[in-house]
Ligand binder design. Structure first.
Ligand code: CMC
Length: 392
């Protein structure tokens, strides 16, 4: 079998050096560029965190103003991209539309191919951070059969996204500050998470020198699955299916049954063997948003809290160290804000675009980076000779 290490799922393979994000899965710690996620979520907004992830340090007031201004002024999409949207079926999943539209943007930004030039890379990063929310919101508008809503420069990042989602030509959506803040926090918590499946996909795609817009489209595709970013959508579907606290035991039993493929969505993590720190903060945000909206008695939230309580006391989940992850509560918050379920992963994608682009940039700037090229252990037929077709 040669000299290769067999490591399916890369459980023990470090694919790169990185100085962006640190996770201690046993302790349940997450740091971006050395700052604990709790402090970032409490004291910074998404633009500051984006600046930090991309540039390595928190911005000064002036740096933040310049950065925010640049992002704000790149939120428009090329007008021809509306044709790409219109090529999709009306009921296309927003993630499918995002893969297609973001991928097609590689044809609009040829200068992005000059990845050796740091300024050019920075421009692609800014364009992606600015435009991906517009792509996400427009994929929803297209589903709804409503006209596309143009970004508005007077709003902050989270407010602008809510505006593009919910304003119509007849009625302007006025963002509620508590809701905009909650969305901003969701974006901070999802912004980066070291070498997860989608980030590794972006790095692998980018390692060949491919166009960054195409690489981010590859990341969106990888994020879509229910074991990764699709979990927030799957959690909500599961909670709706459970419906009432009296049904929880039945679902817990199914999750423990080896012959049943059902898993408790929003539980477990490859790296965290303790509570996901993002889940703790998400639960807190969940309380705040439901209270603000007068939804304190939300039955789904009650089912979620009861499910969490029961699972955390269950021997199966304790022994396998399965704890709630970030997506366990994010779906309830998004639903309370009025975001449709099929947009949950799209919102994850727009937040993670910051992490993806920061990691892509780090890789391209790394003199030790090589094209990603895993090996395999061949398990197929040994050498054999062709038998003429009429004799097979
Ligand atoms: N419900 C029931 N059993 C589970 C669950 C679950 N949610 N997660 C893991 N297990 C069991 C699994 O059956 C296995 O048991 P055994 O050792 O007896 O075969 C053991 O725990 C280890 O699971 P694994 O699948 O080998 O672990 P992994 O590291 O490959 O998978 C995971 C991690 C997140 C894919 C998995 O825990 C899972 O499918 N969770 C549900 C989906 C989910 O919430 N995903 C969101 C992840 S956080 C957001 C993000 O970063 O994308």
């Amino acid at each position: 079998h040669g000299i290769f290490t067999y490591d399916p799922g890369f459980l023990s393979t470090a694919s790169c050096n990185s100085n962006i994000t640190f996770i201690d899965g046993d302790e349940g710690l997450l740091y971006y560029r050395g700052y604990p996620i709790e402090q970032l979520a409490q004291h910074c907004d998404f633009m500051e965190v984006s600046y930090l992830l991309i540039h390595g340090n928190l911005p000064t007031l002036e740096e933040k103003a310049t950065f925010t201004n640049t992002i704000t002024h790149h939120t428009m999409l090329h007008d021809q991209l509306t044709n790409i949207f219109r090529g999709f079926r009306r009921d296309a999943h927003p993630m499918a539309v995002m893969v297609g539209v973001i991928g097609s943007m590689s044809a609009f930004y040829h200068d992005a191919m000059d990845i050796k030039d740091a300024k050019n890379r920075e421009m692609s990063i800014y364009r992606l951070i600015a435009k991906v929310p517009t792509v996400a919101a427009w994929s929803f508008k297209y589903n709804e059969g409503q006209p596309f809503t143009y970004p508005q420069n007077r709003f902050n990042y989270a407010e602008n996204f809510l505006h593009m989602m919910f304003s119509t030509p007849c009625e302007e959506y006025v963002p509620n500050p508590v809701i905009a803040k909650a969305l901003d926090r969701i974006l901070i918590l999802h912004a980066d998470h070291e070498q997860n499946a989608s980030t590794s996909t972006v790095r692998l795609a980018g390692s060949s020198g491919a166009n960054p817009f195409a690489c981010i489209a590859a990341g969106v595709a990888s994020l879509w699955g229910p074991a990764h970013g699709g979990a927030n959508e799957a959690v909500l579907k599961m909670l709706e299916e459970i419906g009432d606290a009296s049904n929880i035991d039945k679902f817990i039993k199914r999750a423990k049954d080896k012959s049943d493929t059902f898993r408790l969505m929003g539980f477990g993590h490859r790296v965290y063997k303790n509570i996901d720190p993002r889940a703790t903060m998400m639960r807190q945000t969940c309380y705040e948003v439901l209270e603000e909206l007068g939804l304190g008695d939300d039955p789904l939230f009650k089912v979620a809290m009861e499910l969490e309580r029961i699972a955390l006391e269950d021997e199966y989940f304790i022994s396998k160290r399965l704890y709630p992850n970030v997506d366990f509560y994010s779906g309830i918050v998004l639903r309370a804000i009025g975001i449709p379920t099929n947009m949950f992963t799209a919102i994850f994608a727009l937040a993670r675009t910051v992490g993806w682009t920061a990691q892509w940039n780090e890789m391209i700037s790394d003199p030790e980076a090589k094209i990603g090229r895993p090996r395999q252990l061949y398990t197929g037929a040994v050498r054999r000779d062709i038998v003429p077709i009429e004799k097979r």
